[in-house]
Design a protein around this ligand. Structure first.
Ligand SMILES: [Zn+2]
Length: 357
């Protein structure tokens, strides 16, 4: 088959649904904010995202948590995240998650965090013609009672940009059932719900297929992040297909030795009829962007134009814009895809494309 040329992949309109604010910071911005607050960097700025090991990566995340304090800091980071997503990946709609728990200890109130992020988003919308929404994420390594307190803040400070909640961090530290009460409150408040589940850098014992059912039954999730480990259980695969739930898969993982396995899992999910979208997770920290991620997956799986188009539209179908905005975005994406479609088929597997959505 013929691989899609990078210039074409760059022009594909894209939606990003799995992206953590803390993973989007440019290294120069992280260094500048650290200097502003008198915090020493562990190494040169251009080496910040070259990790010695997992614990070193966690240290860098802790650094991010210390340098975002004022609404202006959050606005800058949100704006730059959307600018980079648009310029590097032609991302036209983004749903970014942030963990209020990380930033409260350094003095950033929930209100300050949301106001700042929303201001940065509004500015990026004006400058780039994109759109974005926010999700509040809870880290499973923090206690359910801390998540409940954070939920109090979310509900006491409702903001039109914050449309949903998520759950991240190691699954063994907090299985989905642990957070059932928080998710029930989100349902009652009309918030959408997602959760990281069955992520493949964790073992089947740590992130088992059964967590999928718990996310659907107990947390009543509308969408799920990752999902690869559920492939280990045929009955769960069938249930996932029947549910029609979208998975926000990520083509690039932080654990280099697992990258081929990740690609294979994405193909298996698509082949099994699960609804998948492509996303970056932590674009700056993982040295990727949406165009790079698309290219990595399309080339790695020998997918062509039909699959690329299906992934692009799946991002729209899985997003949490209101119905009118979603319909308008789908029309815009369809028009843009039609305008750039190659005249010759670029993949021998084009007939399989419908399995993606
Ligand atoms: Zn993630």
């Amino acid at each position: 088959m013929n691989a899609l040329p990078p210039s074409l992949v760059a022009r594909i309109p894209k939606v990003e649904l799995h992206c953590h604010v803390a993973g989007t910071l440019r290294t120069q911005t992280l260094a500048a904010l650290a200097a502003q607050y008198g915090i020493a960097l562990p190494r040169q700025a251009d080496q910040l995202y070259v990790y010695r090991d997992f614990y070193d990566f966690i240290e860098v995340l802790r650094l991010v948590a210390q340098v975002l304090r004022t609404p202006a800091d959050f606005a800058r980071v949100a704006y730059e995240a959307l600018e980079d997503a648009f310029r590097l990946g032609n991302v036209q709609h983004t749903e970014m998650s942030f963990n209020p728990q990380y930033f409260l200890p350094a003095g950033a109130s929930y209100h300050a965090q949301v106001d700042g992020l929303a201001a940065g988003i509004a500015e990026a919308e004006r400058d780039f013609g994109v759109s974005a929404l926010l999700l509040v994420a809870f880290d499973r390594e923090w206690s359910p009672s801390n998540a409940a307190e954070t939920m109090d803040l979310v509900l006491a400070n409702r903001h039109e940009r914050v449309v949903g909640i998520g759950l991240d961090g190691p699954e063994r530290a907090g299985p989905p059932a642990t957070f059932q009460a928080v998710y029930r409150r989100a349902t009652q408040a009309g918030l959408r719900k997602t959760a990281h589940v069955c992520e493949d850098n964790q073992t089947l014992a740590e992130a088992p297929p059964s967590h999928f059912g718990d996310c659907i039954d107990l947390l009543q999730c509308d969408r799920l992040d990752h999902g690869y480990n559920l492939l280990a259980d045929a009955a769960t695969v069938q249930r996932a297909r029947d549910s029609g739930v979208f998975f926000t898969t990520c083509g690039v993982t932080s654990v280099a030795k697992n990258r081929d396995r990740r690609l294979k899992a994405i193909r298996q999910m698509a082949d099994a009829g699960l609804r998948i979208t492509l996303n970056t997770d932590d674009p700056a920290m993982f040295h990727t962007d949406m165009t790079h991620t698309y290219q990595h997956v399309l080339d790695g799986l020998h997918w062509g134009w039909a699959e690329a188009g299906a992934l692009s539209l799946a991002g729209v179908d899985a997003c949490w814009l209101d119905d009118a905005a979603k319909a308008a975005l789908r029309q815009r994406f369809s028009d843009q895809l039609a305008a750039i479609a190659p005249t010759q088929p670029t993949s021998t597997t084009a007939s399989n494309a419908t399995s993606l959505s």
